[in-house]
Design a protein around this ligand. Structure first.
Ligand code: CP3
Length: 355
């Protein structure tokens, strides 16, 4: 199988030597780009973008046409799985994701079915195939999924939440019911990521956006353990090439040693963590991905350059750093700021990679 011409990201995720620190941005395709908003208007709405492989390919490529990024990420959403389970995903303008049928009743929970990625989520696999063709091996394509717990948050709450009242009530009142949902989700995510790998995803990332809402005692039992099960069931190689995996628990800074221990190749960091300290804590077990505060992109280019330099210096010399934001890029970000960020990472990182 042909390696991408630029395989810096794959090497960095596997802690192999690179010439400079690779960079990509969470939510790099999105509303901060005018061309994205134009394509979305043509498609009608966000879900139609995701469900049409031509549109999904077009918007995946948009940030790469603007900035010399070191990876593409599949344009889709983590909520495709619960949608395929029949929960009825929709987006109401300005209010984020909603489900028509949130999971609250035991009967519905016991009836949950694992979607078949080859049929129920076929449009995602078709998008992966088409994006790979269009990329023509320029840079690697990252596939992704939500973590079982983060998916369950949306499934049980029926929408985004600030206190996670419903899912936490279930966790403390009916833990066996939540475990049933998480078990189904873990099987669904494993099949989904493996199907993305077979379709051509060259690295995979698990977004555990809400794991950080759990208590110290609950996190291993209700989030981390299920991600470990997914990793144990993942295809680690496709066509003789290794497929690196990244686990990102937002708010997981206190638990880095534990996260580094579940069998992933890299750990994503949010902006609350000092990346140099994180590196000392996890040692040479995993690569690290992160972790600029996305709101630094609202400052002047000079400030962006200085802040990028601080993160590179904190990580220091040697292998195993993929530069990214600590969470998704804001829709209000000036695109020139993303350009300044990518340029700063590429130029300032070279001295840290000289043998
Ligand atoms: O990184 C990329 O460019 C790939 C695309 C991507 C999207 N969502 C597109 C998207 C990825 C990797 C995601 C993951 C995702 N989706 C997560 C985990 C990462 C994170 O941000 O924590 C979560 C929690 C979701 C669920 C979700 N989807 C929410 C909460 C929202 C609303 C967000 C908002 O800013 O309004 C979405 C919608 C969504 N997903 C958009 C995009 C580009 C905006 C949709 C639009 O065009 O209106």
């Amino acid at each position: 199988m042909t390696k991408p011409k630029n395989d810096t990201l794959l090497r960095a995720l596997l802690r192999q030597p690179v010439e400079y620190t690779p960079v990509w941005l969470m939510r790099q395709a999105g509303r901060y780009l005018s061309e994205y908003n134009e394509t979305r208007a043509r498609a009608g709405d966000f879900l139609s973008l995701c469900k049409n492989p031509d549109f999904a390919t077009e918007v995946t490529m948009q940030p790469l046409a603007r900035f010399p990024l070191d990876a593409a990420i599949l344009f889709s959403d983590i909520l495709t799985i619960p949608d395929a389970m029949g929960l009825g995903l929709y987006f109401s303008e300005g209010e984020g994701p909603r489900f028509k049928h949130p999971l609250r009743e035991e009967q519905e929970i016991r009836a949950l079915k694992i979607p078949d990625p080859g049929s129920d989520l076929r449009y995602v696999m078709d998008a992966v195939t088409q994006i790979r063709k269009t990329l023509d091996n320029q840079v690697p394509l990252i596939g992704f999924s939500g973590s079982p717990f983060t998916l369950a948050c949306y499934m049980v709450e029926g929408r985004g939440s600030s206190d996670f009242r419903h899912i936490k009530t279930m966790l403390y009142q009916r833990p066996e019911l939540l475990h049933h949902i998480l078990d189904i989700n873990a099987q669904a995510v494993t099949a989904y990521l493996n199907a993305q790998i077979e379709a051509g995803a060259q690295a995979v990332m698990i977004f555990d956006t809400w794991g950080g809402a759990l208590s110290h005692a609950a996190y291993p039992e209700f989030s981390l353990g299920y991600m470990q099960r997914i990793l144990a069931g993942l295809k680690r190689e496709h066509d003789g090439v290794r497929i690196p995996s990244v686990v990102f628990t937002k708010g997981g800074g206190l638990w880095l040693e534990k996260i580094a221990d579940i069998g992933c190749d890299a750990v994503g960091l949010d902006w609350t963590v000092d990346i140099g300290e994180a590196r000392r804590r996890v040692g040479d077990k995993v690569a690290l991905q992160g972790n600029l505060d996305p709101f630094i992109l609202f400052a002047e280019p000079e400030t962006i350059t200085v802040e990028v330099g601080k993160i590179l210096a904190s990580f220091g010399s040697g292998n195993g750093h993929v530069f990214n934001l600590g969470h998704g890029i804001s829709q209000f970000t000036p695109p020139e700021s993303a350009a300044a960020l990518v340029e700063a990472v590429h130029t300032l990182s070279r001295p840290y990679h000289q043998a």
